[in-house]
Design a protein around this ligand. Sequence first.
Ligand SMILES: [Zn+2]
Length: 161
Amino acid sequence: MTVTTATALTIKTENKFRTLVSRRAYLAGETLCAIPSENVTGKPNRFTVQIARNLHTHVGKLAALNHSCDPNVVLDTDDMRMIARRDIAKGEELSFFYPSTEWEMDAPFICLCGSANCIHVVAGARFLPLSTLERHYLNPHIRDLMIELLNDTRKNLPAAQ
Ligand SMILES: [Zn+2]
């Protein structure tokens, strides 16, 4: 499978609000582009995507990818690819579920996506209940960190009387 560069994607700016838009249609499961990995850092910021427990990659153009609680793309940090979660029309805004890669975000915000499943506060996976996370694609580092958190919680529970 060939992974295309991000040239099939374009950034649209309206009232200083940036969105990433597809320049052609995609079928569910298709790869839209590779996730850049040339510039990796230990700390998250608005321009990074978390790819492992302590690794955040500067994603360049993909930083214009907004969050949605009902997203149309998935960021697979195992294969370092952006994949269509469902069929995508030409000109459609692309979005992904930030907690699927981010454990604890540098800049949390309130989501106004309007989805019936909206999580409202987007701050990272560690702040979401398991029942919410289960409905989404989650990358391996998020699964690992979640299992760790759950194990620690159990340790901290008071002993049964
Ligand atoms: Zn939402």
